[in-house]
Design a protein around this ligand. Structure first.
Ligand SMILES: Cc1cc2nc3c(=O)[nH]c(=O)nc-3n(C[C@H](O)[C@H](O)[C@H](O)COP(=O)(O)OP(=O)(O)OC[C@H]3O[C@@H](n4cnc5c(N)ncnc54)[C@H](O)[C@@H]3O)c2cc1C
Length: 311
């Protein structure tokens, strides 16, 4: 039986993997894609302490190498289900290529971009609709793109898109941005960026690629056509909990509820990073959660599986 299976290889999973491997736990990480999580699609990270202006992919490659240097084993597998075990039998994880028995589980599956939910969105994914400026920005050299959203991700990625696009229009449902002040100021001053306020996208059109969107002003209900070549959507995230059993408590948004030691309501199952119910979803908080979780997991495994009164 493993001491610990970590599900997800973003900053939370990689930090947990480094701490666990360094503590000599018998640990395996299961990651459905490449390790790195959402940071691998982030152009530039300015706010991770000690690494000013580092590229997201570079930062997570360093995290991965550091974790592997302590012996972390990373397997490319998608977790499909968790069976909660009884007593000291441990829990069972089923993936697309295997089954694992483990004393403890750390769920670090983060979140994925939320859709706008308008007509034409799904069929234009990869044909002008994107959720990742780092991945797709270069396809829009000298084009006009719309960025949907008003938070940090929308504005930061809008700024990044100015490297390629000739014009970036940020469309936001409110009359002011939610993004951090310093990022707002950069965007407001940028000659390639303009804004459309109080507006939502009703439809994305074009055959086969995007060439128009229908925008509704939510104050006047007026719908207008707006010619664009691409639409980048940053309207929040959905927690990656599809495989998580319903016995594990979640908040109304579907995020896993933990205590401050990163325990869920099920003994032996812990969560860290963006998947948890918290206010600040950032790299630094994901890493902090993970370090806390490993300390708690070490205590849990010793207490529950090695203390004689529980055997
Ligand atoms: C565009 C963008 C820009 C950002 N910019 C910044 C920034 O500048 N600074 C900052 O601090 N934060 C930034 N963030 C936020 C930051 O990326 C997240 O807070 C951080 O990645 C959370 O890490 P995590 O490990 O919890 O989750 P994630 O990074 O989401 O990683 C989760 C991992 O779990 C894997 N996974 C999911 N389901 C399964 C499954 N069933 N089986 C196996 N693996 C699974 C996923 O493939 C993924 O690799 C940005 C986010 C985005 C999207």
């Amino acid at each position: 039986m493993h001491d610990l299976i970590i599900i997800g290889g973003g900053p939370a999973g990689l930090t947990a993997g480094m701490y666990a491997a360094r503590s000599k736990l018998n640990v395996v990480m299961l990651e459905k894609m490449m390790p790195g999580g959402n940071v691998s699609i982030t152009a530039e990270v300015e706010n991770y302490p000690g690494t000013p202006n580092i590229g997201g992919p570079e930062l997570v490659t360093q995290m991965e190498n550091q974790a592997r240097s302590f012996g972390l084993e990373i397997k490319s597998e998608e977790v499909l289900s968790i069976e909660v075990g009884a007593g000291t039998n441990g829990h069972t994880i089923k993936s697309d290529s295997g089954e694992y028995k483990t004393k403890s589980i750390l769920i670090a599956t983060g979140s994925s971009p939320r859709r706008i939910g308008c007509n034409g969105e799904e069929e234009h994914i990869g044909r002008g609709v994107s959720y990742c400026a780092t991945c797709d920005g270069a396809f829009f050299r000298d084009k006009h793109v719309a960025v949907i959203g008003g938070g940090d991700s929308a504005v930061e990625e809008g700024l990044y898109l100015t490297k390629f696009a000739k014009r970036v229009t940020i469309i936001h449902r409110r009359d002011k941005l939610r993004a951090t002040k310093i990022i707002q100021e950069k965007a407001a001053k940028h000659p390639k960026i303009d804004f459309i306020w109080d507006s939502v996208v009703e439809a994305i059109e074009g055959t086969p690629a995007v060439n128009n969107i229908k925008i509704k002003n939510i104050k006047t209900n007026e719908i207008t056509d707006f010619k664009v070549d691409g639409v980048f959507v940053f309207v929040g995230y959905m927690p990656g909990t599809g495989f998580v059993p319903s016995i594990i408590s979640k908040d109304e948004g579907g995020y896993i509820i933990t205590d401050k030691e990163m325990r869920t309501n099920v003994p032996g199952i812990f969560a860290a990073g963006d998947i948890t119910d918290k206010k600040q979803r950032q790299i630094v908080t994901a890493c902090g959660d993970a370090a806390t979780a490993i300390k708690t997991i070490e205590h849990y495994n010793e207490w529950y599986f090695e203390d004689e009164q529980y055997l």
